[in-house]
Design a protein. Structure first.
Length: 397
């Protein structure tokens, strides 16, 4: 349960909540003060003694990222890598794996797949001759697990899906997919960019081999940060695409040894202040508890969907049996960008998602752009009422 005292604390830890209604957490959330302070403190230290020396003094704060991320996902610290963003994390394992693909072999993915991922599939298909097959949705609009199973054959080499798509509240049945992938012994890559931070994501329960996540969204970390989980038994299946003197050791003139654990996917040079900030952000969320966070987020999102559905000239667009904290909707005779601008002037921040982000899904539903209001645990029921009142005002203009 999210007690009133806890809500008061998390809002006090986010001072801007007093004069801003932030409902764009699926784009970038608001950092708690502790995260901002940690990033600033390390940058100040770098300015005072130098970057290398500051990093040497920050080993405990750097290690916090790995311990906190492992606690969050239910894995070992050695299975966690720090990356500059979720796309880099996803690319680090996908492109390494893709080098082994041959003509006619298949990647299975979902209808609501994110553009960056699908572009990568098409790019690799063009380079290797492999095929990309899209698993259809079921009657609820989520990936059809039975259809996925029926599509698997000897040519299927990878299952790669997005857990929570960028364009709405759909939560794909990642755990069911994991059970199928394990049964058929097919590698399974999960894009959890929008789910980690708002849902309780456990990699063992899901059964994925690799999972990518970002810092800036529901984890409330700094921009330019992200992470990768890679199962210790799957690292040979997903060899690193690139190596440097951090991810490998040059042990003779003609040989090298790849680093142990997930750090083989990292680069030597990275944003140390951002890494420290992300560790603090994850630690902050762990201290609240992801069961409690998920319950709060899904409750607020459910309330918002009901409120929006009751309004004239508003269509709520979310699909799936389980729905996340991202609430997608459109207005009759008004554009998503116009509403976003109108609300922004009132210090209410929501987002816009266009067809370029999830083309398969949008084309099938004949959508071009939609609004996204993504709640988080620091939002309040009163803020949802203010949003709906503003939408009514906008529709009447």
């Amino acid at each position: 349960m999210f007690e009133p005292t806890l809500l008061e604390k998390v809002r006090s830890d986010t001072p801007v909540c007093s004069n801003l209604i932030h409902l764009h957490n699926c784009g970038a959330s608001l950092m708690p003060s502790a995260v901002v302070d940690a990033v600033k403190a390390h940058i100040d230290l770098e300015s005072q003694i130098g970057g290398y020396e500051a990093e040497d003094l920050a080993s405990d704060r750097i290690n916090l990222f790995y311990t906190s991320a492992a606690t969050m996902l239910g894995c070992q610290e050695s299975e966690i890598a720090f990356m500059e963003n979720a796309t880099a994390a996803w690319n680090a394992v996908f492109y390494g794996f893709a080098r082994s693909l041959n003509p006619g072999e298949k990647i299975l993915t979902a209808k609501a797949e994110y553009a960056s991922n699908f572009i990568a599939y098409l790019h690799v298909a063009r380079l290797t001759g492999c095929e990309v097959s899209v698993v259809p949705d079921d009657e609820n609009g989520q990936l059809d697990a039975k259809a996925l199973e029926s599509m698997i054959d000897s040519k299927t080499k990878l299952i790669s899906i997005t857990h929570v798509p960028t364009s709405g509240g759909l939560v794909n049945p990642a755990q069911q997919v994991g059970q199928i992938a394990r049964r058929f012994r097919i590698p399974y890559l999960l894009d959890a960019c929008q789910s980690v931070g708002q849902l309780n994501v456990n990699v063992d329960a899901i059964g994925c081999d690799a999972l990518s996540f970002t810092g800036r969204k529901f984890l409330r970390g700094p921009r330019g940060t992200g992470g990768l989980y890679i199962n210790k038994d799957s690292m040979d299946i997903f060899p690193p695409m690139t190596l440097d003197l951090h991810s490998a050791k040059w042990d003779s003139l003609s040989s090298y040894q790849v680093s142990g654990g997930a750090k083989r996917y990292e680069n030597w040079e990275n944003n140390v202040a951002g890494l420290i900030g992300l560790g603090v952000a994850i630690d902050y969320a762990n201290s609240i508890g992801f069961d409690r966070i998920e319950q709060r987020v899904l409750c607020l999102a459910g309330q918002l969907r009901e409120k929006l559905a009751s309004l004239d000239r508003v269509d709520v667009l979310d699909l799936g049996l389980m729905k996340s904290g991202i609430v997608s909707f459109s207005l009759h005779h008004k554009t998503a960008a116009e509403l976003c601008m109108f609300l922004g002037a009132k210090k209410i921040q929501i987002g816009v998602s266009g067809i370029g982000s999830t083309r398969l899904d949008f084309e099938s539903r004949q959508l071009k752009s939609i609004n996204r209001a993504a709640v988080h645990y620091f939002n309040t029921e009163a803020e949802l009422d203010i949003l709906c009142e503003a939408i009514i005002e906008f529709c009447n203009t």
